[in-house]
Design a protein. Sequence first.
Length: 158
Amino acid sequence: MKYYSFTDSPLVSPDEFFMKEALKEAQLALEADEVPVGAVVVSKAKIIGKGHNLTQRLNDVTAHAEMQAFTAAANYIGAKYLTDCTLYVTLEPCVMCAGAAFWAQVGRIVYGASDPVRGFSIHSKNILHPKTELIGNILEAECSSIVKRFFLEKRNKS
């Protein structure tokens, strides 16, 4: 896995830079006919884990982008806690992924598009660890567009 540093592209904000990396992961999911959600975990301005939805390919309802990225990041640092890390994810995490972020003690979560149907915040923002900083709507248009396109194409095929 190639790890990218924010210094590779200093003309955009770090949040936009890393969300664009998460969008690349979402594109990989789209190409695999998975719900196009992508995630990267960043520590010290460096991507240490990334993932995209693999629920269809792995026949596993827990194989969300965030879970893939958490596992890769924990393996990279050799520890289960991601307190000094930021999760960038193209779609607001579901309750399961927010709970995993709680247990991993993720320092920051930055998401692109809100999920008014399955997003954790429709239940409670207290699902996150109390020290986790939450930032939403970074590159919201791009992040919501890929998901909307995916489901529109699915509806048109049926």
